[in-house]
Design a protein around this ligand. Structure first.
Ligand SMILES: CC(C)(COP(=O)(O)OP(=O)(O)OC[C@H]1O[C@@H](n2cnc3c(N)ncnc32)[C@H](O)[C@@H]1OP(=O)(O)O)[C@@H](O)C(=O)NCCC(=O)NCCS
Length: 172
């Protein structure tokens, strides 16, 4: 399964991505200033291959691997609720790639998971690029979550963003 936009495409992770994932994820520059740096083992990367919700982002012009985007359940009881997250290679940032990747993922989620009414994402209050990605996709900032994260030796506040199905539908 591939999701194709004009600049980027998304496809599930496969075996050929293990080395890149391992190298990128264990580079603090890839996590950036705000997302938190959590080293991962090769075994854990292997477990992500084929796992629901993880996608490689590739550039359509050169079929180059450029970043990751994922969705994961934040609750799974009587409601299905998903959060999305993304990381772009430092040399591929500011080209609009993540904005389009998030649009493709949101379209996919609302189109295929008929039961969901809301998609969430949480960003550090100073993570402007991530906030822009969300805002350009119609997400609304709905709350400031105090001391919800611990990064680089200090507690951090985060913004909760969400996009509702009806807002997504209206914008189509
Ligand atoms: C967040 C991230 C994925 C954005 O990726 P990207 O591909 O550069 O995003 P886009 O090119 O689609 O740009 C998004 C917007 O952010 C803006 N932006 C990007 N970098 C910026 C910066 N350093 N300062 C201010 N604005 C910035 C862009 O200009 C664009 O907004 P605009 O269209 O209004 O100008 C990338 O910065 C990243 O990987 N950061 C580290 C990991 C991370 O923080 N992930 C999110 C955790 S919640």
């Amino acid at each position: 399964m591939e999701l194709l936009g004009s600049k980027v495409g998304l496809r599930p992770l496969d075996d050929s991505d293990v080395d890149d994932f391992f190298k990128w994820w264990n580079d603090p520059e890839f996590s950036g200033e705000y997302a938190g740096f959590e080293p991962i083992s090769r075994i854990d990367v292997r477990d992500l291959v084929g796992k629901e919700g993880w996608f490689m982002i590739f550039s359509r012009s050169e079929n180059r691997k450029i970043g990751f985007i994922s969705y994961y359940p934040v609750r799974r009881d009587y409601l299905n609720l998903f959060e999305i997250g993304y990381r772009m290679k430092p040399d591929e940032r500011r080209k609009g790639y993540t904005t389009e990747a998030a649009r493709l993922l949101v379209d996919y989620l609302f189109a295929t998971k008929k039961e969901i009414e809301r998609i969430e994402s949480v960003t550090d209050v100073e993570n402007i690029p991530s906030q822009r990605v969300l805002e350009k996709n119609g997400f609304k900032r709905e709350a400031e979550l105090r001391k919800r994260f611990f990064n680089k030796g200090e507690y951090r506040n985060e913004y909760m963003y969400s996009l509702l199905r009806e807002e997504w539908q209206k914008a189509k």
